[in-house]
Design a protein around this ligand. Structure first.
Ligand code: NAD
Length: 487
């Protein structure tokens, strides 16, 4: 069955500022084409200084008026739960907008990505009346209070591959802590967040608390540099993250949180008893969404003794992830987001071939009408291959082999990134060895892609240092104010 595009589908493209959609008098437009069947999409308005200034002032006014930050936790929670309900009611439309804009399959959006972002909103809504400041009695006549306070106006820039998930990871704890936030989604996935901002406003969020400005990297740079923003929360590539950390504090010191890319590994030892299951989980996590997932396990590191059996299982599983029509409910895998991303993937594929790494390509019945890249497994990847330390963000898996666990750890930690990893082993002692040695922010044991809102998400090294999700996220969006009471 195929998703029909309703004739009356209206996609909003104006920035959402101070509780309304705002059309700038002079507009600089970014032309858009859907990766799905070349469907016509509205252009993106490339916001400039004027719109950013309006959004920052609106956020500042909302913060200083205190309407929102002084609401009771219960009132905040109810507004958020009501927004979550409205998003649920609009789920199919939002999923379609995201599918048309990014090419990721409709089924992924309807059953995974959008429900996940609704759960994020509900999780944070339900948490806000359960967090406390702390008190420390000092002596008979005095005590100390350790409290958390909002930064004021904060900004967030996000990536396109899962449009609403990182956006809600940031917006929810930021707003619930009392901040006003200005969001700048990627120019590759803008429209759904505009719709969601409107639904929050209609659910009772005061104007100015959540503004969404649209545009490309030039808009992002202006927002990051703006004197009125006190903290910057970023999800995107390490390359952009580095630029942002350089420009954010040129004129004023700002809190910065960076959530960047990855080159995550999937280690299988000879003591793994469930090779079939491991193959199924690896194929799903690297080839799902054409490898365009920050934490996708793009490096298989496997013991020589089990590699042949495992690869047989892996090839079988990979055949289930051939890209198809993103609007077809039978197709789990959609397309690449745009031609530039396709070219980047192709460039790395060619490098891999030129380096004479042995590979297998899975291109049976690939759907031609959108931008697709078939899954590729470089089943023998040379030690110095460029594929091993560059984030490709596409359906390309490398494989490296080891004899000892010391060798496995050396290979695993030899990249600049440190987002996620997996250890597949049924030996408890061995698992502990890897947990202690592996350089990554998230470690999966005999699993991958586990995703619970109460567990923090984030990496180390070039993968950044921010942490999204869980109660800890409230700390990211607030500073500590220490108070002494004396009799
Ligand atoms: P990107 O770095 O190109 O862009 C991210 C955001 O920053 C976008 O909104 C973009 O417009 C803006 N931007 C780009 N250049 C800028 C500049 N010089 N100054 C200010 N803003 C700028 O990343 P992308 O291509 O949108 O997304 C893919 C990347 O995101 C991958 O590296 C992926 O691993 C990463 N990612 C990380 C996570 C995580 O939670 N760690 C989640 C999803 C995606």
């Amino acid at each position: 069955m195929k998703k029909e595009i309703p004739k009356n589908l209206k996609i909003e493209n104006r920035p959402f500022i101070n509780g309304e959609f705002y059309l700038p008098k002079k507009v600089d437009l970014i032309k858009k084409k859907s990766p799905v069947n070349n469907y016509n999409l509205p252009d993106i308005i490339n916001c400039g200084e004027k719109e950013i200034d309006l959004a920052v002032r609106s956020g500042g006014k909302a913060f200083n008026d205190g309407d929102w930050k002084n609401f009771s936790p219960k009132k905040k929670k109810n507004i958020f739960l009501s927004a979550a309900k409205s998003i649920k009611q609009n789920l199919k439309e939002i999923a379609l907008i995201d599918c048309l804009e990014t090419g990721r399959s409709i089924i992924n959006f309807e059953r995974d990505s959008i429900p996940k972002s609704i759960e994020v909103i509900e999780y944070f809504a339900e948490s806000i009346d359960k967090i406390y400041d702390t008190m420390k009695p000092l002596n008979i006549n005095s005590l100390g209070l350790i409290t958390r306070k909002p930064y004021g106006v904060v900004a967030s820039l996000t990536s396109w591959n899962d449009p609403l998930v990182p956006a809600t990871w940031k917006a929810c704890p930021a707003i619930l802590m009392g901040n006003s936030i200005i969001m700048k989604p990627s120019e590759n996935s803008t429209f759904s967040l505009l719709k969601v901002a409107e639904l929050f406003f209609k659910s009772g969020l005061p104007k100015g608390v959540l503004n969404v400005i649209t545009g490309s990297s030039s808009t992002g740079q202006k927002l990051v540099k703006h004197h009125g923003t006190n903290a910057i929360y970023f999800t995107g590539s390490a390359e952009t993250g580095r630029k942002i950390s350089q420009i954010a504090s040129i004129k004023k010191l700002k809190k910065i949180s960076l959530e960047c890319g990855g080159k995550s590994c999937f280690i299988i030892t000879k003591k793994c008893k469930s090779l079939k299951k491991a193959a199924k989980i690896l194929a799903k996590n690297i080839f799902y969404n054409q490898g365009q997932i920050c934490s996708a396990p793009s490096r298989l590191i496997i013991n020589n003794k089990v590699k042949n059996t495992f690869l047989k299982y892996l090839y079988k599983e990979t055949n289930k992830f051939i890209p198809g029509d993103p609007l077809d409910y039978n197709s789990e895998v959609g397309s690449i987001v745009n031609k530039n991303q396709f070219k980047k993937i192709k460039k790395y594929f060619k490098i891999g071939v030129k380096e004479k790494n042995k590979y297998k390509i899975f291109n049976k019945k690939i759907w031609k009408k959108s931008i697709n890249f078939p899954p590729v497994i470089f089943y023998e990847t040379k030690k110095n291959s460029k594929l091993l330390n560059n984030e490709i963000f596409g359906p390309i898996l490398t494989c490296q082999y080891f004899s000892t666990n010391e060798e496995a750890i050396e290979i695993a930690n030899s990249t600049d990134y440190g987002l996620a990893s997996a250890i597949w082993s049924d030996d408890f002692k061995e698992v502990h060895y890897f947990i202690n040695k592996i350089e990554s922010g998230i470690v999966h044991i005999n699993s991958y892609g586990e995703d619970d809102n109460s567990i923090p998400f984030g990496g180390i090294k070039e993968s950044g240092f921010g942490r999204d999700k869980s109660i800890n996220a409230f700390n990211e969006f607030s500073y500590i104010k220490s108070i002494y009471f004396k009799k």
